[in-house]
Design a protein. Structure first.
Length: 451
């Protein structure tokens, strides 16, 4: 189609083919462009133009290739750069106000009061496995360094701004006079419920040990002199030489392994075990006939853990005349149930101390004379028999030919007769009676205690 030269179109125009507008064109009505339109002159569009095909819009100022952006008053500018000519733009915030300052987020002025709940930028560190000098002059900008774990390197400063040497708290030099009111670091100990060797060589570093209550284990190997009043509440083991000059109160279990000299007043509330030499230099003066206000409570060994044990038999039968037989004894121990037998075992680890024995015979109600021998027998290897030895005691009892006559032998043993129990030893009583036709009966009572 040849070019159309128009001045003004005020009616609806439909262009359906390739059209070139070379001169000045003014469109005041609705225009629909369905195909290519080329505009090479000034064009004024008063109303709507719909372009559905390819359209080339040239400079409206008779300069081919120029396009101007305008809001009707101001025209947009472009920058004349070496490699491009970008359009100048401005960035605005949510309210439409232009943003003129950019710094990676909200910026804060030094020495100003802090804002409430300030928002900042997450810092990015430069990994530096081995810190070294990065800048040449004091006051230069420098990027912060960190480890490969993202931990920033820091320098600790005191209140005066001086670097702090980190060594577990304030450090003190050995053999230098102490400062007034020194400040130190709290000890952290290693719990050890039972002590054992920890290091291999003398001179190695080693952490201090303590109980699960935080009590530090200590060991004193030099001579200890106690010149004041001392209370020992827990378990104490003293392996060195100890000199006590004043009052000592011991309320726990104490073991003295070395030499101990006590020259003052000592009160012992619990157990003290002395395995070394102990000298009490200044014992209190005693006045004869006057009871002292202090003293030691003592207990005989046989009274420790004492259990009363009795054995008895009443109206016991004897075998045929001239025959040895064992007596069935009933055992009664404290308030435990009784038991019977002809052979009895002493509790293992205990000692049975016999303090009294009674042997008795009763003649038959048909007047018959009789003689009975009682034998207290011990077997170190097991149950007692009528042949067991040793015989610890033998006693004879006799009655005349009088009906129901009695004969009793009562033996007291103030210091006791002891049988040490090992779980194997057993003891018992046997009888051997001589009589004609009518046998006597026998009674046996053994009184003692185990301890």
């Amino acid at each position: 189609m040849p070019p159309i030269r128009v001045r003004s179109i005020r009616e609806t125009v439909t262009v359906s083919g390739g059209t070139s507008i070379v001169g000045t064109a003014s469109f005041t009505g609705n225009t629909s462009v369905i195909n290519t339109v080329t505009v090479t002159g000034n064009t004024s569009v008063i109303n709507t133009i719909t372009i559905t095909g390819n359209t080339t819009l040239l400079n409206g100022n008779n300069v081919v290739g120029q396009v101007k952006l305008t809001d009707g008053t101001d025209i947009a500018d472009v920058l004349d750069l070496t490699n491009s000519n970008p359009l100048t733009v401005a960035i605005v915030d949510g309210t439409g106000s232009q943003i003129t300052s950019f710094g990676g987020g909200t910026q804060y002025t030094e020495d100003d009061a802090s804002a409430s709940n300030p928002v900042g930028t997450v810092p990015i560190l430069v990994r530096k496995d081995t810190p070294s000098t990065e800048v040449s002059t004091d006051g230069d900008n420098v990027a912060q360094r960190g480890t490969n774990y993202g931990a920033a390197y820091v320098t600790l400063l005191d209140t005066s701004g001086s670097p702090v040497s980190v060594g577990g708290g304030t450090q003190y030099t050995e053999d230098v006079a102490a400062v007034a009111d020194p400040i130190g670091t709290m000890n952290i100990l290693v719990r050890a419920d039972s002590l054992s060797a920890v290091t291999n060589t003398d001179g190695d570093n080693i952490a201090a040990r303590a109980t699960n209550k935080g009590e530090q284990y200590v060991k004193h190997v030099d001579t200890v002199t106690i010149t004041g009043s001392t209370a020992i509440v827990g378990s104490v083991t003293i392996t060195g030489s100890t000199s006590v000059v004043n009052t000592v109160t011991i309320t726990g279990s104490t073991t003295l392994v070395g030499t101990s000299t006590i020259t003052g007043s000592t009160s012992v509330v619990n157990t003290v075990t002395i395995t070394g030499s102990t000298g009490i230099v200044s014992a209190p003066t005693l006045t004869k006939g006057t009871q002292g206000s202090t003293g030691f409570s003592v207990q005989r060994l046989q009274d420790a853990g004492r259990t009363h044990v009795r054995y008895f038999a009443t109206a016991g039968a004897v075998p045929a005349t001239g025959v040895e037989g064992l007596v069935t004894l009933t055992k009664s121990s404290q308030d435990s149930a009784t038991s019977t037998g002809t052979s009895h075992t002493i509790t293992s680890g205990k000692t049975y101390r016999i303090t009294a024995i009674t042997y008795a015979t009763r003649g038959h109600n048909t007047a018959t004379a009789q003689v009975t021998t009682f034998n207290l027998r011990l077997n170190t290897g097991g149950a007692v028999t009528t042949a067991s030895t040793p015989v610890l005691m033998a006693v004879r009892s006799a009655t005349p030919a009088t009906a129901n006559s009695w004969d009793r032998v009562f033996i007291q043993i103030p210091d006791g007769m002891e049988i040490v129990g090992d779980g194997t030893k057993q003891f018992g009583v046997s009888t051997n009676s001589t009589y004609v036709t009518n046998a006597p009966t026998v009674d046996v009572t053994i009184i003692g205690f185990e301890y």
